[in-house]
Design a protein around this ligand. Structure first.
Ligand code: CAA
Length: 261
């Protein structure tokens, strides 16, 4: 799709591959790129051919090196707040896409880049990737929900250490603290991401979507409300052909073939 100046987008057999493409600025997120991501997320949400999304950065060096510092440099307080709200809204949209989203983190994921990766469902890191929230080195806090998603992913103590020090950590440390799901050799990153996408696509699509919704809804509420939501989506599964197929296949000792119905 050529309508985007700062994004590449292609569809490959059920996978929607989104590449942030501003290599001269290490794929930093400026206003225009965020607006394009917003538009693309709307298109992906409506596209039933896309079963899983993979999000990555162009070039070998960076996934996304943060929000665009040159663009932020002279912002007023109101402009800063509005820019933060735009990034937060776009990342919320990505987090709540109906399709699972895998971040294939190919290099620096700093500031807004780490925040973007955290808005994805699953993070696979190249062994060359680096993560951090270095905003305090620039005189600001994270603005695209880093203070919230980092704490939810790695816990209060570890997130506060990363936020207060601005330390940049490597992929293995990110894996150790639970910030990423997997680390892959740099030249195998996309193969590993695609393999995970294919595995997810082989499962019952409605059940996968409902798992995503249940985790997201549940983490925004208390346990009692979360489990009540789970009971509803669990029940809903029994109205699908895929539940009949999945359980018949188990009983008949054959591989299930799901239709997403
Ligand atoms: N914004 C704008 N431009 C950026 C950028 C960013 N976040 N990160 C890198 N660039 C640009 C550089 O200015 C440079 O441009 P020129 O060639 O025109 O000078 C180009 O990308 C290459 O970068 P470097 O020469 O710095 O490359 P390096 O290999 O020496 O260093 C790096 C790589 C460590 C990632 C370094 O670029 C860096 O520290 N970048 C900034 C990281 C950062 O602080 N991110 C947080 C931003 S604030 C934020 O994201 C707020 C929020 O939560 C919303």
């Amino acid at each position: 799709m050529s309508e985007f100046a700062n994004l590449l987008f292609e569809k490959q057999e059920g996978i929607g591959l989104v590449t942030i493409n501003r290599p001269k600025a290490l794929n930093a997120l400026n206003q225009a790129t965020l607006e394009e991501l917003d538009k693309l997320a709307d298109l992906i949400a409506k596209d039933t051919d896309i079963k899983v999304v993979i999000l990555t950065g162009s070039g070998e060096k960076a996934f996304v090196a943060g929000a665009d510092i040159t663009e932020m440099q002279h912002k007023t307080a109101i402009e800063g707040r509005n820019f933060g709200k735009l990034g937060q809204a776009v990342f919320n949209k990505i987090e709540n896409l109906p399709q699972p989203v895998i971040a294939a983190v190919n290099g620096f994921a700093l500031g807004g880049g780490c925040e973007l990766a955290m808005s994805c469902d699953i993070r696979i890191a190249s062994d060359r990737a680096k993560f951090g929230q270095p905003e305090v080195t620039l005189g600001i806090t994270p603005g695209f929900a880093g203070t919230q998603r980092l704490a939810r992913l790695v816990g209060k103590g570890r997130s506060k250490e990363l936020l207060y020090t601005g330390d940049v950590i490597d992929a293995n440390e990110a894996y150790r603290i639970g910030l990423v799901n997997k680390v892959a050799a740099a030249d195998e990153l996309m193969t590993v991401a695609r393999a995970m996408a294919e595995k997810i696509m082989s499962r019952a699509p409605i059940a996968v979507q409902l798992c995503k919704a249940a985790v997201n809804e549940g983490l925004d509420t208390d346990l009692e409300t979360g489990v009540a939501y789970e009971a509803e989506v669990f029940g809903l599964c029994f109205a699908t052909a895929d539940q009949k197929e999945g359980m018949s296949a188990f009983v008949e000792k054959r591989k299930a073939s799901f239709q997403g119905k």
